[in-house]
Design a protein around this ligand. Structure first.
Ligand SMILES: NC(=O)c1ccc[n+]([C@@H]2O[C@H](COP(=O)([O-])OP(=O)(O)OC[C@H]3O[C@@H](n4cnc5c(N)ncnc54)[C@H](O)[C@@H]3O)[C@@H](O)[C@H]2O)c1
Length: 333
């Protein structure tokens, strides 16, 4: 059986997901594509062979030939579209974040709990990235003792026009929030946001240093630098009791020539995490067929929003902010 997929939002990410589904995913076919800009939806549908294009996202969700929906529209639209998918009983792969705030994210949890089953997977694709997966496997092997600290770097060449300091914490640092919970199997208990000297290329606080303490007493530090100019660069180094574990900043070619040893960097996240997106999307389709959920759940998405809410609070005060959330009985107790 092939699963009919609908996509909402065909900007940078939605178009990329459509291309992945068109060429690289088994057991699924593209059915319908929507974007507020209907011409953009039409162009992506023609390129990827999707049967229908529309400006009406709800028409995609309610299309009888659409079995599952991928949401790649702007952050503020995720919760409402995810809830509409839950109400239609359709599995959904929702791009991160679940919502811009925890209060909005909680609505999705409540809809899933009311439906009585997990239907939402969050697009925190780093859980499928071979570098992070190997790092987690090595930590879990116990060979290097306990993890003590996790140094992370998240640099982009330049920020999108709508970005500000809070968006950098919610939308960009959300990846480190989710992947550090995944790698360390720990919860983030507090956060402090420190502002560095602002780059002349930035219109908001950039770079920032975001420091978390986990419920196991580990420190996670994240250098967030969204206008780093030189390229897309993500690094992680896990400091354990008897060794460190890190993955390279790039999967690209290594060149030695003319007295220089050089490695090219991706211009943005798509080439850097190409394998992660492909593996994530394939795992999502397999999980729909098997009924066994994978990846980040709506609960993980909600927890990330509680952490980034606290980060935004710390951004304003400079103080360390404790992170808390209520458990919800039922699906996620
Ligand atoms: N997982 C990742 O690594 C990753 C990377 C970048 C962005 N994202 C997330 O993906 C989402 C999309 O980001 P992007 O960079 O592609 O943005 P984008 O601005 O390039 O694309 C968003 C698209 O959504 C469309 N849109 C707006 N409102 C809509 C609506 N109501 N219905 C249907 N379409 C609508 C816009 O016309 C646009 O084409 C965001 O939530 C972002 O945070 C995830």
């Amino acid at each position: 059986m092939s699963i009919g997929v609908g996509i909402i939002g065909t900007g940078i990410m939605g178009a990329d997901h459509a291309r992945i589904f068109a060429g690289q995913i088994a057991g699924a076919h593209l059915v319908a594509i929507s974007d507020a800009d209907e011409a953009r939806a039409g162009a992506v549908a023609r390129e990827t062979g999707a049967a229908r294009a529309t400006s009406d996202a709800l028409a995609v969700i309610n299309d009888p030939a659409v079995d599952a929906v991928l949401i790649a529209s702007p952050d503020a639209t995720h919760a409402d579209f995810a809830i509409a998918c839950i109400k239609a009983g359709k599995p959904v792969l929702c791009e991160k974040p679940l919502a811009p705030t925890a209060a909005e994210g909680l609505r999705v949890i409540e809809a899933e709990v009311a439906a009585g089953r997990r239907l939402v997977q969050l697009g925190y694709m780093r859980r499928f990235d071979p570098g992070y997966v190997e790092m987690k496997g090595l930590l879990d092997s116990g060979r290097y003792g306990e993890a003590l600290a996790f140094h992370c770097v998240h640099r982009n060449a330049s920020a999108p026009a709508h970005f500000d300091s809070a968006a950098a914490i919610v939308s960009s640092c959300g990846h480190e929030v989710d992947v550090s919970r995944f790698v360390l199997s720990a919860e983030l208990a507090s956060v402090q946001v420190l502002k560095a000297k602002r780059s002349r290329h930035a219109t908001f606080d950039d770079p920032m240093l975001v420091v978390f303490e986990t419920d196991k007493g580990q420190l996670v530090d994240v250098e967030l630098f969204i206008n780093a100019q030189y390229g897309y660069d993500v690094k992680g180094e896990l400091v354990c009791e008897t060794g460190t574990i890190s993955f390279g900043p790039t999967l690209n070619t290594d060149i030695r020539a003319n007295g220089v040893h050089a490695t090219s960097l991706a211009p943005d996240w798509r080439p850097r995490f190409a394998a992660a997106y492909r593996i994530q999307n394939q795992a999502w389709i397999r999980s729909i067929a098997s009924g066994v959920p994978v990846g980040s759940s709506a609960w993980d998405g909600y927890v990330a929003t509680t952490v980034t809410d606290a980060g935004v609070k710390s951004l304003k005060t400079g103080e360390t902010v404790a992170i808390g959330y209520e458990k919800r009985p039922g699906l996620y107790s």
